[in-house]
Design a protein around this ligand. Structure first.
Ligand SMILES: Nc1ncnc2c1ncn2[C@@H]1O[C@H](COP(=O)(O)OP(=O)(O)O)[C@@H](O)[C@H]1O
Ligand SMILES: [Mg+2]
Length: 445
């Protein structure tokens, strides 16, 4: 049963360019994933891929690595997207006419812009912007950055300028935190406790505060978790200043939340292929399904080194020559046994075998993950680029790998077969073994 289902998946995948199908006029891609897996890099790569498919594209990035920022020609933070310089594109061997724009999200500016637009009374607006609670809320609370990214998207989306919009997201402990950011803010604003807080602290009589106290403590507690400050008066003043705009702010949060849940949005999860990351990814797949959110694709980033990856893409049915050579090495060196150099060569062979086992284990985990993944979710992999993804030409290479069918389910199946890897269903023992061997290899590197 399992084998038949799996063959059907492979057959369906053949001849398709799965991830490329997500890049259509009107698409909005929202990248999700834990910190450091390559979300920002893959967001930029998908942007480049969309532009190469003749779609005018914008990528909203968050805190890109310096090299990537330089490669994209981005200022540290920006209010508007900037078009990629044709000279840079040409220098990287790309079509200078590509219509790709990118920006680095300026979360603070987005929030201040929102306040400026929604709080109409100049005095209240100024009180809000000067408020210490507002400042720490918008600067420190991770959810505030997540929301700002969506707010920026909403703005660009309604400006109608782009065919494809791609949004990078801040690192979150769980990818789902990001999706919940607007709803969280709406709940906070709409809660009865928050309504009480809209009564300015100083103006409220003692009795009012008394009644509000219990409810207020709850909200303040929630807010303190985000902002880490304890100044009730600042919080109260903040809500006081926001009072006149409460409905329009709430309305705006709702619109942004609606965009996030609209059919135009496809989520793309970026992950690496460690056992626990894959387990988290699988849990997220189910959670998104429950919430009715469309997870369009998963990108397994940093899977295999480039040499192994490229060899498998070029000749999918064959074990890469360097891995095959490692497998033969111990037998080849057997005649040296007993000589002076035996210890050194034995250590070297062990090291290389560890490397080979590490690559195989990665394929094994990825293939097992792929087989267990609902067929409607596209899958792509990208290799670990030894020199890092720090220029446009490398970004273009990653883009090509991710959107072509060459690195999806079929690729993994053929790679597993070529390397003689038999992915077994996850068992506690298997998971333990893989973890141990990959840990061992990392220690020897
Ligand atoms: N496939 C890859 N190969 C090599 N380095 C990568 C790859 N993907 C990302 N990186 C590097 O890893 C670091 C983190 O990537 P980034 O995209 O900023 O991750 P995230 O946005 O998930 O925190 C950066 O230095 C980036 O260049
Ligand atoms: Mg990032």
């Amino acid at each position: 049963m399992r084998a038949r289902r799996h063959n059907a998946i492979v057959a369906r995948a053949r001849g398709r360019r799965p991830v490329k199908q997500l890049l259509r006029k009107g698409s909005i891609l929202v990248l999700l994933g834990p910190g450091g897996v390559g979300k920002t890099t893959i967001a930029a790569a998908l942007g480049l891929a969309a532009a190469r498919a003749s779609l005018e594209t914008v990528v909203i990035t968050l805190d890109p690595a310096r090299r990537l920022r330089d490669a994209l020609g981005l200022e540290r933070l920006s209010a508007r997207p900037a078009r990629l310089d044709p000279r840079r594109l040409r220098a990287a061997g790309l079509d200078p006419a590509l219509q790709l724009s990118a920006m680095v999200l300026d979360s603070k500016r987005v929030w201040d812009g929102l306040v400026a637009r929604l709080v109409k009374t100049p005095a209240a607006r100024q009180r809000m912007l000067d408020n210490s609670f507002y400042q720490s809320l918008t600067e420190q609370f991770a959810g505030a950055e997540a929301y700002a990214a969506l707010e920026q998207l909403y703005d660009l989306h309604n400006g109608n300028g782009f065919a494809v919009e791609i949004v990078d997201t801040p690192p979150a402990a769980h990818a789902f935190e990001f999706i919940q950011a607007p709803a969280h803010l709406i709940r906070l604003l709409d809660s009865r406790a928050a309504r009480w807080l809209f009564i300015p602290y100083a103006a409220a009589g003692k009795s009012v505060l008394g009644i509000a106290n219990r409810a207020a403590r709850f909200v303040v507690g929630q807010l303190e978790q985000f902002a880490g400050i304890r100044t009730l008066s600042a919080i109260s003043e903040f809500f006081g200043a926001a009072a006149e705009a409460a409905d329009s702010i709430s309305d705006r949060f709702r619109k942004v939340d609606a965009l996030l849940h609209s059919p135009a949005v496809t989520f793309v999860l970026v992950t690496t292929a460690e056992e626990d990351r894959l387990r988290e990814a699988r849990a997220l797949v189910d959670q998104m399904e429950t919430e009715g959110l469309r997870l369009g694709a998963i990108v397994l980033n940093r899977l295999l080194d480039e040499a192994t990856f490229d060899a498998l893409v070029a000749a999918p049915g064959r074990a890469p020559a360097h891995l095959a050579a490692i497998s033969r090495m111990r037998a080849t060196l057997a005649p040296l046994r007993g000589r002076d150099t035996a210890d050194t060569s034995d250590a070297l062979v062990s090291f290389l075998e560890g490397y080979g086992a590490h690559q195989r284990a990665a394929i094994e985990r990825a293939t097992r993950f792929a087989r267990d993944l609902p067929a409607r979710i596209e899958l792509a992999a990208a290799p670990e680029i030894a020199a890092g993804v720090r220029d446009l030409a490398t970004l273009a290479k990653v883009a090509t790998i991710v959107i072509e069918a060459g690195a999806g389910r079929t690729f993994l199946e053929r790679a597993a077969a070529a390397l003689g890897v038999t992915p077994s269903p996850a068992t506690a023992a298997a998971a333990h073994k893989t973890k141990k061997s990959s840990g061992k290899h990392r220690a020897t590197r």
